[in-house]
Design a protein. Structure first.
Length: 255
């Protein structure tokens, strides 16, 4: 088992940190949001990685700044200094190296959002690979980040990208455990929404099949307490939630 998985189970992954409902001046993926998740007791923080124009890996979800800061520019066209200024009244910019150094007990689940960020992310996490899980919707980006980390001496955990998940779903539908194991080769976790359109992904059959191959199932993004309890009753291993504070109370009460 990779060291990332030696923490509390079932796992609560604070989605982009934690922004309490009554918080002012804090946005997702800010330094303050990560600090709030840590203060609430979250051992795991899910976040996203982009690259600024001057090559700094930052925790940020969107390709552009409009939703979070009101600035319409693409993130890749601004410097880290400019982004720091824009985020100063929104909880503060947090770079990937800052996150890893400032929160040494936090285990990070990092989604590589941009192709040019893959190799820098891999190099940045290498020294901290025991508490990092790398993922991406793009299996190519995920593999590029993993390759860079391994070249620098680190071996992060990883979860499946979209193409790999499609293969897993086909294997589960076949009912052949050997095909499920083959589809999950090199994968430590499957992180999926409960549904994709009309397709329900997370079923007891799916959870049992994936776990039978030695791989965990994490579900995103789960904010309703009833949904949290229902999914935990199905046996899922982790919940990715905007309300990590609530999810932590629920998992604690069930332990």
């Amino acid at each position: 088992m990779h060291p990332w998985f030696t923490g509390a189970h079932p796992r609560v992954l604070a989605h982009r940190g934690l922004v309490p409902p009554d918080a002012e001046g804090i946005v997702e993926n800010s330094f303050a949001a990560v600090a709030a998740a840590h203060a609430a007791g979250a051992e795991y923080v899910e976040s996203d990685c982009h690259l600024t124009s001057d090559g700094v890996v930052v925790l940020f979800h969107d390709d552009d700044l409009s939703r979070v800061t009101g600035d319409p520019r693409p993130l890749r066209e601004v410097t880290a200094r400019t982004l720091e200024q824009l985020m100063s009244s929104r909880g503060g910019l947090i770079t990937l190296p800052q996150a890893l150094e400032a929160f040494p007990t936090v285990r990070f689940n990092l989604d590589v959002k941009a192709a040019d960020a893959a190799e820098p992310v891999g190099r940045a996490v290498a020294r901290h690979a025991d508490r990092v899980l790398l993922t991406s919707f793009s299996d190519r980006r995920r593999q590029q980040a993993l390759t860079a980390a391994r070249a620098a001496g680190g071996h992060p955990a990883t979860s499946a990208g979209s193409a790999a998940i499609a293969r897993v779903l086909g294997a589960v539908a076949s009912g052949v455990p050997a095909l499920v194991r083959r589809a999950l080769a090199g994968i430590d976790a499957v992180q999926v929404p409960e549904r994709r359109g009309r397709l329900r992904i997370v079923t007891r059959r799916f959870v049992t099949a994936v776990q039978g191959a030695g791989v965990e199932v994490h579900v995103w993004t789960v904010n309703d307490p009833e949904d949290m309890n229902r999914l935990l009753d199905l046996g899922v291993d982790g919940l990715v939630s905007d309300r990590a504070d609530i999810a932590l109370k629920i998992t604690s009460a069930r332990s």
